[in-house]
Structure formats: C-alpha cells, structure tokens
Design a protein around this ligand. Sequence first.
Ligand code: SF4
Ligand code: SF4
Length: 390
Amino acid sequence: MAQIDIDELHEEMLQCRRCGLCREAVYEAKGFNGICPVWENTSGFETDAMRGKIMVALALVEGRLEKTAENAEALFQCTLCGNCTQICPAEFEPNRVIEQVRAILDVPIKVRDSLADNIFEKDNPYDEPADKKREWTRELDFSIPTTGETIYFAGCTAALRNPRVARNTARILHIAGIDFAVMENEPCCGSVMMRTGKMDKAVENAQEAAKRFKEAGVQRIIVSCAGCFKTLKKDYEELGIEMPEVVHVVDLAKELIEQGRLQPTDMDEEMTITYHDPCHLGREMNVYDSPRDILTAIPGVTLVEMETHHDKAKCCGAGGGLRSYDSDLSKRIAASRVKEAEATGADIIATACPFCETNLSSGAELAGIQLGTLDVVDILVKALESKTKK
Ligand code: SF4
Ligand code: SF4
C-alpha cells in the first residue's frame, strides 16, 4: 500500500452510488449468490455491508462522526474479502478504501494494537516466543538448514497454529529435491498490520523483514500462506521494497508435477474434493488454476465446485483481522462457507492457505458438519508419499 492521499481517498468514497449491490446481489449468470459474508452472518444492519460501511467511513473522515473505536466498529467488521469490489458498478475498490480508511483514522483499537506489539516483540501476532516458530521442523525425518538461497517462509499461522501445513510443504519440497532453508529468525510478513491499518508499524516491519532476507542472501521465497504471498509479493512491491522472488507453493508444485519432478499417484482412497479460493490468493493474486490442477493431477480425486468459486468465491471469514477482532462472526462466516461445501457432496474442502484452513475447520465444528478440511499440500503429500512407500 503506497502513501495514502486523503483527498483522493475521499473522492473514491464519493464514488459509491448507494446501489446496494454489494449487500446481496444474486446474479446466477455471473455465479454470484449473495455477496457480503458479514451481512449474511449478522443481524442485517445497513452498516454490516459495504454501502453502510462507506457511509460510516465518509462520516468519520469528514469529521461528522467522532473518531472513536465504537464508531469505527463497522469498518473493522469486514474481512476485506473483496467480493463487493467484484460486483460494485462504481469506479473504485470498496475493500481497498476501507483498508485505507482504517489506516488514516488512527483510532485506538485494542486488538490491532496488541497484534502489532506482539509482531514487534516476537515476530508473530500470536504472542508466542519467537524461537517457537521453527519448532515444526523437528518432527520431520530430514533436517532443514537455516540458511540458503531458497527459503520456505512458513509464516506465523502455519508455524504456530497449523504446523501440518508447514511440514507437508517441506515434505513436498524435499521429495522434489529442492534445496531449501527455513530461517531461524523468520520475520512476520506483517499482513495483519497492513489489513488492520497499522501502516506505520507495518512499513517498519516490512523494511526489517527485507533487510533480514538480504542479509541472509535469500534469492527465492516459497510460501504456503495466501496472506504472506499477497503481502510479501504485492504489498511490499507497492511500498517500493526490494524483495527476492516470491512464489506460492501451489504454483511451484504445479510446475514440478508438469516437469515430472513430483509424481502424485493413487491414494488409498477415492476422494471428492471441493476447493475454496482464499481471497488473497484468488482475487488478489489471480491464482485459481494451480491448486485445481494439482488436485486433478492426483488419481482418485474428483474435483467439484461450490456454488461460488474463483473470483466469486465467498470468504472463509478469517481475513482483514476479523478473526482477531470478532472471532464469533469470523467462525459463523466459516460455517456458512463449509455449508456451501457440504452441498456439493464433497468429502473434503481443500484450500491453499493455513489461515483459511484453520478457520474453515472451526466453521465445520461450529456447524457440526462432518466434512474434512485440508490444505492442497496435505492432499498432495499423501499422493506423493503413497508412491514413495511402494
Ligand atoms: S470486503 Fe467482503 S466482508 Fe467486507 S463488505 Fe465487502 S463483501 Fe463484505
Ligand atoms: S459500494 Fe459499490 S456496490 Fe456497494 S452501494 Fe456503493 S456503488 Fe453500490
């Protein structure tokens, strides 16, 4: 996110035509069925969907509403998923506007301030000791160096909350014969600070992260988290920060399968899988095919699509800082996404982001739905290791 021009931002907000399409448009031909996951899972107040959020943002920026945490609540009850932006007929990007208004308002929001403090003190937003971030490597039957030109950047969520994804990503890279390292002092990408408007701190953190990569001689960063991917690749570039190449593991694995360096083979069971597009991987980075191509390259896997998918996919509910700001709402959104997956008849809802996977799993639990939630790397590794064992 480059420097924010407040006048320009104000102009953008005025583009809102108040049409309300962002609230609940149903365009079957376009694959939309309902739009705003927050509006769908709250009481349905005007401020729950983007039209109302823009009105609140305008009032706050123009000074008609006092800049308090309570008055800014509607702006933070949003996953910034960008679904509204997909259908908005006006010439602006509402989700980006909300993200920028969060950044310029400078109202004290307890949750985001403590997330930022944790990142500065411990290199992760989860208030875990920094040296715990590499613990997941211990359960592997091969060792990973701490320095190298190619690194796997596990990210805080996989490292500390969903280590299965980190381990399975590492296994895939190992099977493909990729020489890679996992840093001892892996920084946090700072995604949650950018999304929640803690921009000054986020920029400082990004500069420090880039410095660490440079000092370690890193040339290529492999990630498995959609949020890390968007942040390290797109946001850092917009900030003018020089970075090594950043690649998401699904793009890399797809390439490795095509080259024959990864050969997924029959799994022990047949699986019907539906794929959930993470907002940061799909709408933000335009990666839709690689995860689907990986899944369909696995014999025994049948891929089915949910009612909303690709750029129309509904959000898992975790993004935009919502999981920390309002975890109940975040889980309710995940539960509705899981219900959509259940309706396909699939056994598994797969995704390509440990943050989405964690939230979808909470959603399945909340809804009492017996549907497996996995990352694409979990499924791929199963198909690779069954061959290795034969
Ligand atoms: S960005 Fe997503 S959650 Fe936020 S208002 Fe738009 S559709 Fe709703
Ligand atoms: S944000 Fe876009 S879709 Fe929503 S009311 Fe305004 S113009 Fe319409």
